[in-house]
Design a protein around this ligand. Structure first.
Ligand SMILES: *[C@@H]1O[C@H](CO)[C@@H](O)[C@H](O)[C@H]1NC(C)=O
Ligand SMILES: *[C@@H]1O[C@H](CO)[C@@H](O)[C@H](O)[C@H]1NC(C)=O
Ligand SMILES: *[C@@H]1O[C@H](CO)[C@@H](O)[C@H](O)[C@H]1NC(C)=O
Ligand SMILES: *[C@@H]1O[C@H](CO)[C@@H](O)[C@H](O)[C@H]1NC(C)=O
Ligand SMILES: *[C@@H]1O[C@H](CO)[C@@H](O)[C@H](O)[C@H]1NC(C)=O
Length: 299
């Protein structure tokens, strides 16, 4: 049956996440390379030059099986696509639970992955993986379970349980968060666009808002994820601060998300609140049709 399969090779840059490699489904040809991104100036996402190593995008080669979607069960190759897609959901989930303007989590590696069909409730993945907190470059191993609801429940997002990541979640950023909160609570002055800009640059003052936008985007990516998606944050198109309400700083974000599988850049409009006490919340999320950057043939 393998001889009937059509393989599409998709090159893409997985930015910001430390994602080391992704490859094919099902147990088919695997091409897994870290490629020097400077040799690929036209890659979909920007390189953050002059930033710490962990921001450096990695080019991954994704082998997409086009004709049939046979879902493997049992032990999976950790660097293959199904395992990576499930692990990516864990990254987004951890961001929704623990992310902040000074804490952003990225998937680093998948060590083990196992998938099972769970009667009619869907497919469950058991994962051993490492997650990196990118602001502090701290890595810790976690175990996680991801259940993708099956059948008629496709409108539901995945269910995730994470264990043994506790150390990572203890990273204390309260002093920085408090200072940021005080500064922008006093003066509702944030207005920025293109994080990062076309040179991969982010003003130091705006870095926390790039992180906040990334964390907020994980709320969307978590809810939108299925077994057939692999979402990364591409760019904050713009962010504008609104009036503080109930002690929560409030922002309008326009973000661009990238699905590595479909190669789509998808714009979303988010209403985001944050305070050190309440954490990051996304009050509204709306897929946007208005996107200056999505169509390269337009200015
Ligand atoms: C990446 O490629 C560029 C241009 O081809 C080259 O100048 C640079 O030395 C390479 N970097 C590494 C780490 O191989
Ligand atoms: C992040 O940590 C790893 C492992 O401790 C280290 O090899 C790497 O150089 C660090 N990167 C940065 C940017 O500090
Ligand atoms: C308030 O924001 C404005 C506009 O960004 C800036 O010019 C001013 O210096 C800020 N004031 C304080 C006290 O931070
Ligand atoms: C932010 O970007 C969106 C989409 O490109 C655009 O419609 C909106 O006007 C922009 N907002 C600001 C304040 O620049
Ligand atoms: C992109 O722009 C071209 C030329 O204006 C148009 O033909 C095409 O339909 C646009 N694509 C999308 C996705 O908007």
């Amino acid at each position: 049956m393998h001889s009937t399969m059509t393989l599409w090779i998709v090159f893409a840059v997985a930015g910001l996440t430390g994602l080391n490699g992704v490859s094919g489904t099902p147990a088919e040809t695997v091409t897994l390379d870290d490629v020097n991104t400077s040799a690929h100036p036209n890659s979909a996402l920007e390189t953050l030059e002059g930033e710490e190593n962990f921001w450096k995008p990695t080019v991954v080669v994704v082998v997409v099986e086009a004709e049939e979607e046979v879902m493997e069960t049992g032990e999976l190759n950790p660097s293959h696509y199904p395992a990576q897609r499930a692990a990516k959901v864990v990254q987004h989930y951890i961001n929704t639970q623990h992310g902040s303007p000074y804490k952003v989590f990225g998937l680093q590696r998948v060590f083990r992955a196992n998938a099972e069909d769970v009667s009619d409730s869907g497919r469950k993945y058991h994962l051993e993986l490492s997650v990196q907190e990118m602001v502090h470059n701290t890595t810790l191993a976690c175990t996680a379970e991801v259940l993708f609801p099956g059948g008629e429940k496709t409108e539901h997002w995945p269910q995730v349980q994470v264990s043994s990541c506790d150390e990572l979640l203890k990273i204390d950023t309260s002093a920085q968060e408090e200072a940021l909160y005080q500064k922008y609570n006093m003066n509702h002055s944030l207005s920025t666009q293109n994080l990062p800009d076309s040179n991969g640059h982010i003003e130091p003052d705006h870095e926390p808002f790039w992180h906040l936008g990334t964390v907020a985007s994980s709320f969307v990516m978590f809810r939108e994820s299925t077994q057939n998606t692999l979402y990364n944050m591409a760019q904050v198109d713009n962010a504008t601060q609104l009036a503080t309400e109930k002690d929560q700083l409030k922002f309008d974000y326009h973000v661009l998300l990238h699905d590595l599988v479909s190669q789509e850049i998808i714009p979303w409009k988010l209403l985001v609140t944050w305070s050190p006490l309440e954490g990051v919340k996304v009050q509204k999320m709306e897929k946007s049709s208005n996107c200056r950057h999505c169509n390269k043939s337009q200015p």
